[in-house]
Design a protein around this ligand. Structure first.
Ligand code: NDP
Length: 332
């Protein structure tokens, strides 16, 4: 399969080019950058044949099967629509768009064109999250009562650009991190929040955007979810806990890009350490995308998952801004 990169980004360089190439060396054939010189330098550095500054020219390549969109968030919508019009399958970074209506439009357009559309929510590809989901499904903790997710990190200095000072590009910790947590919670509980309350704050890095947010979500089953995200916590570590009538799952350092962490099951019988497959999260997602293109199964996180995670993130932001409980609007 031949991929084009829309966006000469850090995440493509650090994680995705390697994930694509794990399926064969000819996988990444072109890259688009708004700056022609930077695009050429990026292509040279990463061994990519073609660099483009014009999206339509890049998409005119008939050899291109799919695009991976990892520009800043406000560009995802127009770029995805152009790729769909050109008949390319789309793997799009989160959040899919700046608003739910645009996300719905892109997902519907791909569906109507018969193209695979996926959201790059990496966490559900982790072996750790797979075993957590399996434990919940197997009834090992009984009736689920609550879920707590801790995803407060320190934003690496090289990422302290648009994320901390540009709301027009989709900056802020909610669009960056809570959106992943919304997807992960949905993956574990198989339901989507009805409404949320939240407080957001700027605690040192955010300039015009929030860098810390605490929120509580109400699920249709009545389960309560607590979510803490931050850019300013160097020593907190991450974690996810699911508490049920017969047990608790305690997972540490699993809200990460790497296949790390520990998962424990606590029941009346004691504490069991649960082993999991330390597979590469991004390569696993690309593998599922390739299978979906070949007509086998669905992507790890599809377009509908991306709409839902964005809707939750936007409800958290609205709740933080208004101080009101916000119903999550999934766009009908
Ligand atoms: P970057 O800041 O690295 O890239 C975004 C854009 O900024 C690029 O498309 C590029 O524009 C421009 N850019 C990048 N580096 C430079 C530079 N040195 N000088 C000038 N311009 C530059 O963003 P990220 O890789 O951190 O994030 C991109 C997207 O991926 C976002 O939507 C984000 O939410 C998502 N993401 C997802 C992750 C996941 O695990 N699923 C993890 C990290 C990010 P141009 O292309 O025009 O050259």
């Amino acid at each position: 399969m031949k991929w084009g990169l829309i966006g000469a980004s850090n995440i493509a360089a650090s994680s995705m080019i390697g994930a694509f190439r794990s399926f064969g060396s000819d996988q990444v054939v072109s890259v688009l950058s708004s700056n022609a010189e930077r695009g050429r330098a990026y292509a040279t550095e990463h061994g990519i044949a073609d660099a483009y500054a014009d999206l339509d020219r890049m998409l005119a390549d008939p050899a291109l099967d799919a695009v991976y969109i990892s520009t800043t968030n406000e560009k995802h919508f127009p770029q995805a629509m152009a790729a769909i019009r050109a008949g390319k399958h789309v793997l799009c970074e989160k959040p899919l768009a700046m608003n739910v209506a645009d996300a719905v439009a892109m997902v519907h357009a791909a569906r109507e064109a018969g193209l695979v559309f996926a959201t790059n929510h990496h966490l559900r590809n982790a072996g750790s999250h797979q075993v957590i989901r399996d434990l919940v499904r197997a009834g090992r903790i009984g009736q689920v009562q609550s879920l707590r997710v801790f995803h407060a990190i320190y934003l690496r200095p090289q990422l302290q650009g648009w994320r901390i000072d540009n709301p027009m590009a989709g900056g802020g910790v909610v669009a960056d991190i809570a959106v992943h947590d919304a997807d992960t919670v949905r993956f574990h509980l198989d339901e989507s929040p009805v409404d949320v309350v939240a407080m957001t704050a700027a605690t040192g890095l955010g300039k015009g955007v929030e860098d810390n947010a605490m929120s509580i979500w109400r699920m249709p089953s009545g389960v309560q979810v607590f979510c803490h995200v931050s850019f300013t916590h160097p020593h907190a570590g991450s974690g996810l806990e699911i508490h049920g009538s017969d047990g608790s799952i305690i997972a540490r350092n699993v809200m990460t890009q790497r296949p790390t962490g520990q998962v424990e099951l606590r029941t009346k019988d004691g504490v069991e350490v649960v082993e999991f497959d330390p597979r590469n999260l991004y390569a696993h997602g690309v593998g599922m995308f390739r299978e979906a293109v070949a007509g086998r199964g669905r992507p790890a996180a599809d377009g509908e998952d991306g709409i839902r995670s964005l809707a939750v993130a936007n409800a958290i932001l609205a709740a933080g801004q208004t101080g009101q409980r916000m119903t999550v609007d999934y766009g009908g």
